[in-house]
Design a protein around this ligand. Structure first.
Ligand code: NDP
Length: 471
């Protein structure tokens, strides 16, 4: 029996996705640069392995697929994907579909979609979220590209995707780069979520003198409330874990240098290109960058060791903990509003017609940012007429109620010298966004003075240039 789909690339994600597909009853052909991995995948997984069809050569791999062929690439983004497409495309026939399921830069996906035009081949750019376990048991899948190929993919994708109350977390979101763009913003939001959690942890550790165990208990509690989400859940697990050798909290022994593979940065770059202020995501990406300059920070800490900051005014009593919780919830709404504003703007710019409500729906399970909160966002879009989540009736009341807590937490942290770059970026954005009369009237005056860039007036129609005094 020919295989239903082929997976090329059997690293962490590819191998697990292939097993997921095989387990759901589809025959999956597999191929990998290190060829033996395909045979090991079949042999090391009794039962499921019967549906895994390894190949020794690319030609054999392609030949084992039923027509029209579905070839899914799961390799690191960039040149490797281009190289594999160049290898595989000549072996395919019109009607066949190439699927890049890695974390591609959506600009590459747009280019690759254009490249297949006129060849009869189809290209699908598909974001997959959920890490190793997600790939194995149910990821969230964001599909973009040739829409008429989606009915071919759908039976497999709906079976392997995560389910939220029975609904599969997968959807076709738009042409060419739409799926990878949405995955990029997903990751940008993930960066913001993680950074804001780390900032609250910083307040607990440095402002309240709390130990990891106590913090784990609080995050565990928060996971039962409005913040209930995978990232809060794993934070509790991270904080509770002990190093088997020393018995100390493992988190206390981990070096404070964060890695990144680029999707957060892409989110920020695309937001900037679109003129959207995704400042909370920006702050999160920058904070990882600063963290990676560890020795430089150690030097700087010596120069400024004498700075007198105020004693932290945080309380570990119930009210103090509730204030942190509410601040985090409020900043989270603002961060997601920025991510959604970026998608809304991209949708308009690229003519994608992104289904923003559906995106919230397919993020409710399987992916790293999965949470109860996404159901609220889905609900807001279902009601319709959402200009920005911060103007949605579903969130206005919550932000109104929570902004004082966010303000207090940011102010107290600032006075105590505890950095909260993402929380304060969220607050600053909110205050800027809700202000009918801003301050860029002055910016425009400056631009007009030094560059004759012109300005508009509040009291008259038209475009004006003023003869400012010479400076
Ligand atoms: P891995 O590093 O685990 O696997 C990489 C795969 O690519 C292996 O099959 C490897 O082959 C192959 N490969 C590497 N270099 C080359 C090359 N030069 N030529 C041909 N094949 C090559 O990566 P992941 O599975 O973690 O990631 C795959 C994609 O999925 C990436 O785009 C990643 O960003 C994305 N992703 C990853 C997630 C994660 O949690 N890990 C989550 C969501 C998306 P070999 O076995 O021979 O080395």
């Amino acid at each position: 029996r020919p295989a239903d789909i082929g997976v090329y690339g059997l690293g962490t994600m590819g191998a697990n996705l292939a097993l997921n597909i095989a387990e759901k009853g589809f025959r999956v052909a597999v191929f990998n640069r290190t060829v033996e991995k395909g045979f090991a995948l079949r042999d090391d997984n009794p039962g499921i392995g019967d549906n895994v069809v390894p190949a020794s050569t690319l030609k054999e791999f392609v030949a084992s697929l039923k027509s029209p062929r579905l070839v899914l690439f799961m390799v690191p983004a960039g040149k490797i994907v281009d190289a594999e497409i160049a290898e595989v495309a000549p072996l395919l026939s019109p009607g066949d579909v190439m699927i890049d399921a890695g974390n591609a830069d959506f600009n590459d996906t747009v280019r690759r979609s254009r490249d297949v035009e006129g060849t009869g081949l189809n290209f699908v750019g598909m974001g997959v979220s959920g890490g190793e376990l997600g790939a194995r048991h149910g990821p969230s899948i964001m599909v973009g590209g040739a829409k008429d190929t989606y009915p071919q993919l759908e039976p497999i994708l709906t079976k392997i995707a995560a389910k939220y109350e029975g609904a599969p977390c997968v959807a076709w979101l738009g042409p060419d780069g739409a799926g990878h763009f949405v995955k990029t913003i997903h990751n940008g939001i993930e960066y913001a979520d993680m950074q804001m959690i780390a900032e609250i942890y910083g307040i607990m550790r440095d402002g309240m003198g709390m130990q990891a165990d106590a913090m784990a208990a609080i995050f565990g509690e928060w996971n039962k409330g409005g913040l209930s989400s995978y990232l809060i859940e794993i934070t509790a697990v991270n904080l509770a874990e002990k190093d088997p050798e020393t018995g100390k909290p493992l988190v206390d022994l981990i070096v404070d240098e964060a890695g990144q593979k680029g999707t957060g940065r892409w989110a920020v770059i695309e937001a900037q290109k679109l003129g959207v202020g995704a400042t909370t995501i920006e702050a999160a990406v920058s904070a990882r960058g600063v963290s990676s300059r560890r020795s430089e920070r150690a030097e700087a800490s010596r120069f400024y060791a004498g700075i007198a900051t105020e004693a932290a005014d945080f309380s570990a009593e119930a009210a103090g903990i509730a204030e942190l919780e509410q601040a985090l919830e409020t900043a989270k709404i603002i961060a997601y509003a920025q991510g959604y504003a970026t998608m809304a703007s991209a949708s308009e710019e690229f003519g994608w017609n992104l289904p923003l409500g559906t995106i919230a729906e397919i993020w409710r399970a399987g992916c790293i940012i999965r949470s109860q909160f996404l159901d609220d966002i889905a609900g807001a879009y279902e009601t319709g007429g959402v200009v920005n989540l911060l103007q949605s009736p579903a969130f206005i009341g919550r932000v109104e109620a929570g902004q004082t807590a966010l303000r207090k937490v940011v102010a107290k942290a600032s006075m105590a010298g505890i950095p909260v770059p993402a929380l304060s970026a969220a607050l600053a954005y909110f205050d800027d966004y809700r202000r009918a009369r801003g301050t860029t009237n002055l910016t425009q005056a400056q631009r007009d003075l030094f560059g004759a860039h012109t300005f508009h007036r509040l009291d008259r129609d038209g475009v004006f240039h003023h003869r400012w005094p010479a400076v």
